[in-house]
Design a protein around this ligand. Structure first.
Ligand code: PLP
Length: 385
């Protein structure tokens, strides 16, 4: 069709720069999967605790499916708030140490809905340079004025806050564990700076929830900052193995979001089976005590192996371990070679990461045994050589 000619040109342009992306279809999900009968270690799954196929999580999901049906059948403010939604929100608030919680359709929708409810056209948002795309889109939706501070740099944040006009609300946003670098924000320093300038604070714990902190409650709680961070955001779709997003906050903020967050109001409530899987996952974590600690221990050993082979893992301090490669085409070639050895490690390229920093992003999960990791570290070192 003539009206679509520009699409071919755009795609050709992506291909030239080795930036074209394609969907691959898999027969199963998780840290260890079979493809055409062959077992692969999957280092691109966010199923950190192996809960997506955990029998107790699956059976909890099934129980809610059978009791409540396939869909919430309405948006949350109409008749789409079922008992399971309320039960899950109580459990999240308790885990996170906040007075209230609100579940959204996804983490992306949570970020979009929260930020646009807290700030508007005459307000100011200060976000770390490396925050997730959903935070950036939430800020764009809010129409607030965006300033980005250098990655994990509270001093730069302070200089931006100092320059900012007094009028308007201020919001400081960061992640606790960064999704592409696997490093950790200096939360106590960032929160102190924000407090000095009267700014609200929001922390995205997508990759910390379930893994860091007492009973997987995240880093806000580990640092004892739950009474100082206004918005503790997270997702049900990573360590919890399911789908959906959430915020833990004060009861007043929850009420504001229920009234203002368009990404909450104008969409159907999460299906009961999905809510049930999150409730099941939280129960499994609670019973296990601290499954994240085991994962982090294995990650530390694995990281040492890669560093011993002279690979650059940036400042990773978590279960997410980048291996910096730089060039887009070379990153793709390394990923291709690892695949032929039985290791899935997707090459992450711009615009997901800054230009010239193409990398392998390795996510460890409890599906990877210590022996698996020893073997994988040797193969990765070999492929990068
Ligand atoms: C994955 C992710 C999200 C989005 O969560 P979904 O539930 O997958 O929509 C938000 N923030 C960060 C930092 C993430 O990594």
């Amino acid at each position: 069709m003539n009206s679509e000619k520009w699409i071919d040109e755009e795609l050709a342009h992506l291909r030239e720069k080795s930036l074209e992306r394609r969907l691959s279809v898999f027969g199963e999900a998780g840290g260890k999967i079979k493809i055409e009968g062959r077992t692969f270690l999957n280092f691109s799954s966010n199923d950190y605790l192996g809960l997506s196929r955990h029998p107790q999580v699956v059976s909890a999901s099934r129980r809610y499916l059978e009791s409540y049906g396939c869909g919430a059948t309405a948006s949350r403010l109409i008749t789409g708030t079922l008992e399971p939604h309320a039960e899950l929100e109580r459990a999240i608030a308790a885990l996170k140490g906040y007075g209230a919680s609100l579940v959204f359709g996804s983490g992306f929708l949570a970020n979009a809905g929260i930020i646009a409810s807290l700030v508007g056209r005459s307000d100011h948002v200060f976000a770390d340079k490396l925050v997730h795309a959903s935070i950036i889109d939430g800020i764009a939706l809010s129409r607030a004025n965006l300033k980005r501070f250098r990655h994990n740099d509270p001093e730069h944040l302070e200089s931006l806050l100092k320059e900012c006009p007094r009028s308007g609300r201020k919001l400081v946003v960061t992640e606790s564990v960064f999704s592409m670098d696997g490093d950790i924000a200096p939360l106590p320093e960032i929160i102190s700076v924000a407090a000095r300038y009267g700014a609200m604070t929001m922390v995205d714990e997508a990759h910390a929830t379930g893994v860091f902190g007492p009973r997987g409650s995240g880093l806000i709680r580990e640092y004892g900052l739950d009474d100082r961070v206004n918005v503790s955001m997270g997702t049900l779709s990573k360590a919890l193995g399911g789908y959906g997003g959430f915020v833990a906050c004060s009861p007043a903020l929850r009420e504001l979001l229920v009234n203002r967050a368009r990404a909450f109001i104008y969409t159907t409530g999460l299906p009961p089976a999905v809510v049930g899987s999150a409730i099941g996952a939280l129960a499994v974590i609670e019973k296990a005590g601290n499954p994240g600690a085991q994962l982090l221990g294995r990650a530390a050993v694995f990281r040492n192996r890669l560093q011993d082979a002279d690979l650059n893992v940036l400042n990773s301090q978590s279960q997410i371990i980048p291996v910096l490669i730089g060039d887009n085409a070379r990153a793709l070639a390394v990923a291709q070679r690892l695949k032929s050895e039985g290791i899935l490690a997707v090459a992450i390229r711009p615009p997901t990461v800054p230009e010239g920093t193409a990398r392998l992003r390795l996510s460890l999960t409890l599906d990877h045994s210590e022996e698996d990791l020893e073997w994988a570290a040797r193969e990765i070192a070999e492929a990068c050589r």
